[in-house]
Write a protein that binds this ligand. Structure first.
Ligand code: HGY
Ligand code: MN
Ligand code: MN
Length: 419
C-alpha cells in the first residue's frame, strides 16, 4: 500500500515568493509587483540557476538539453524503467504573476524534498523539469521547449527563431549558459504530471481548490500585416484612401462579432499586439501589424473560424485597396489527456479528501505537448479574483497551492511504484 505524504507548504510558499522576486517590476496599471521574466533573458537565466540550486540541494541529478530544457532526477530502485516526470515552465509573459508555470516546477521540487524527508525510495526514477519559452511572447511560438521534446518542432527550426531584436534562441541559450548537450528527444517517461494554476474562473466558481484537467483546447496564432498607402489626413478624400489602420481595426471588431455570434462555438479571439507603424496623427497609416490568438475547444469550429477570418480579410483588403500578408506563428489541435492518469489524480484527491472538478484547459500548457509521447494529465489549482492570470493580480492561496501539490506528490508516488 503506497504511503500518503504531505508536502511542506511553508517551504513551497517560500520558494514561490523567492522566485517571484527574480524579474520583479512595479506594474503601473495595477500598482502591484509583477514578474517580467521572458524566456532566455537575464532574469530567466537567474531564475533557472536558482531552480538548479534547489534541485541540486535536493540531491537530484540535473541535466540540460539542447533547447535549454532542464531535468532533475531522483533515482529509483530500478533505473532501467521509464521515469515519472513532473514539470512546467518558469518563463513568464511581460506582465506576469508569481504562479503561472512556477507552481508546477517549484511544486515538483518540493515533492522531491518531501520524499527525501520521508526517506521514501520509489521503484522508478522521478524527474522534475522546466521547459524553455512556454509563453511564446519573446520568440513567437508557445510551448517551444516541450514541442521540441515531443518532436513537433525540429530543434534546428527552434534554434533559429528570433526575438524582435533579431536575437536567436540558439544565441541566447549560449549567452546565458543553458545550451545543454542532453538530447532533446529524451527517454519517454512512464507518465507526465503538471500542476498549474487554472488561470480562469471554473474552480473558483465551483468552490474547490483542485481541478483534474481533461484536456487543452485548440490554439491558433497568426500575424497579419496590412500594407496600405500613407497620405494626408486632411486632403485625402475618404473614398480614395488605402488605410491600413482601418483594415486592422475592422479585423478586431469582426473577431469579437465572430465570438459573440456563437457561429464558431466557444471561440475566443484576442488581438494582443496592434502595431500601427510611425503612428502620425495627420498621416493615414500605410502599415498595420496585428497578432490574432484564437482558442476553441472544437477543432472543426476552429478551422471554420480561421477560414471565415481569411475570407473576411481578403474581401475587405480588396475593397480598401490594401495588401495583406499572413504569418503562421502557432497551431495546435485539441489535446485530450490520458483517462487513466486523470483517474489516478481523481482517486488521489479523494484519498486526500480534497474536493475537485474536472475541466478543460482554456490555456495552453507544456503538458499538451508531452501528451504526444506519453500518458499525461494535469492538476489545476484555483486562483483568486476569478482566476485572473497573465497579470500581477494573479494569485493563489498557500492552501490551494499546497492542496494541488499534495495531489501531485501522492499521484507521483503511486505511479513511481507501479511495475
Ligand atoms: O498561451 C497560453 O495559453 C499559455 O499561457 N502559453
Ligand atoms: Mn503556464
Ligand atoms: Mn502563461
Amino acid at each position: 500500500m503506497t504511503r500518503t505524504v504531505r508536502i511542506d507548504r511553508e517551504r513551497l510558499w517560500g520558494t514561490l515568493m523567492e522566485l517571484k522576486e527574480i524579474g520583479a517590476y512595479d506594474d503601473e496599471a495595477t500598482g502591484l509587483r509583477g514578474v517580467r521574466r521572458l524566456a532566455l533573458t537575464n532574469a530567466d537565466a537567474e531564475a533557472r540557476r536558482r531552480c538548479v540550486e534547489w534541485m541540486t540541494e535536493a540531491g537530484l541529478e540535473v541535466r540540460v538539453d539542447r533547447i535549454g530544457n532542464v531535468y532533475a532526477t531522483r533515482p529509483g530502485r530500478d533505473r532501467s524503467l521509464p521515469c515519472v516526470l513532473m514539470g512546467s515552465h518558469i518563463d513568464t509573459v511581460a506582465t506576469g504573476g508569481a504562479f503561472d508555470g512556477t507552481l508546477g516546477v517549484l511544486g515538483g521540487i518540493e515533492v522531491m524534498r518531501t520524499l527525501n524527508d520521508a526517506g521514501i525510495e520509489t521503484l522508478r526514477d522521478i524527474e522534475v523539469g522546466f521547459f524553455t519559452e512556454e509563453e511564446g511572447v519573446r520568440f513567437g511560438t508557445d510551448m517551444l521547449g516541450s514541442a521540441v521534446t515531443a518532436g513537433r518542432i525540429p530543434l534546428d527550426h527552434a534554434h533559429k527563431l528570433t526575438d524582435s531584436d533579431g536575437k536567436t534562441v540558439e544565441g541566447e541559450l549560449v549567452r546565458i549558459g543553458f545550451d545543454g548537450d542532453a538530447h532533446e528527444l529524451r527517454p519517454i517517461p512512464y507518465a507526465y504530471l503538471e500542476c498549474h494554476i487554472e488561470q480562469g474562473p471554473i474552480l473558483a466558481d465551483a468552490g474547490v481548490d483542485v481541478g483534474i484537467v481533461e484536456g487543452v483546447q485548440s490554439i491558433s496564432w497568426q500575424r497579419i500585416t496590412v500594407a496600405g498607402e500613407a497620405a494626408h489626413a486632411g486632403t485625402t478624400p475618404i473614398g480614395s484612401r488605402h488605410d491600413a489602420g482601418l483594415v486592422a481595426a475592422a479585423v478586431v471588431v469582426e473577431l469579437r462579432r465572430m465570438c459573440d455570434s456563437g457561429d464558431f462555438g466557444q471561440l475566443r479571439a484576442t488581438v494582443g499586439n496592434f502595431d500601427i507603424g510611425e503612428g502620425q496623427t495627420n498621416v493615414i497609416p500605410h502599415q498595420a501589424t496585428i497578432t490574432v490568438d484564437l482558442r476553441n475547444p472544437d477543432d472543426e469550429l476552429m478551422t471554420a473560424a480561421e477560414q471565415h477570418l481569411g475570407e473576411y480579410v481578403e474581401t475587405l483588403a480588396r475593397a480598401q485597396g490594401v495588401q495583406t500578408t499572413w504569418e503562421r506563428m502557432a497551431k495546435t489541435a485539441v489535446v485530450p489527456f490520458d483517462a487513466g492518469i486523470q483517474n489516478v489524480l481523481a482517486s488521489t484527491a479523494d484519498n486526500l479528501h480534497l474536493p475537485y472538478v474536472r475541466a478543460m484547459s482554456g490555456a495552453g500548457h507544456d503538458a499538451q505537448e508531452i501528451a504526444a509521447p506519453c500518458p499525461t494529465a494535469m492538476i489545476f489549482v484555483a486562483g483568486e479574483s476569478g482566476g485572473i492570470s497573465h497579470t500581477p493580480r494573479e494569485y493563489s492561496t498557500p492552501d490551494a497551492c499546497g492542496n494541488g501539490t499534495d495531489v501531485l506528490a501522492n499521484a507521483v508516488l503511486r505511479l513511481a511504484d507501479r511495475t
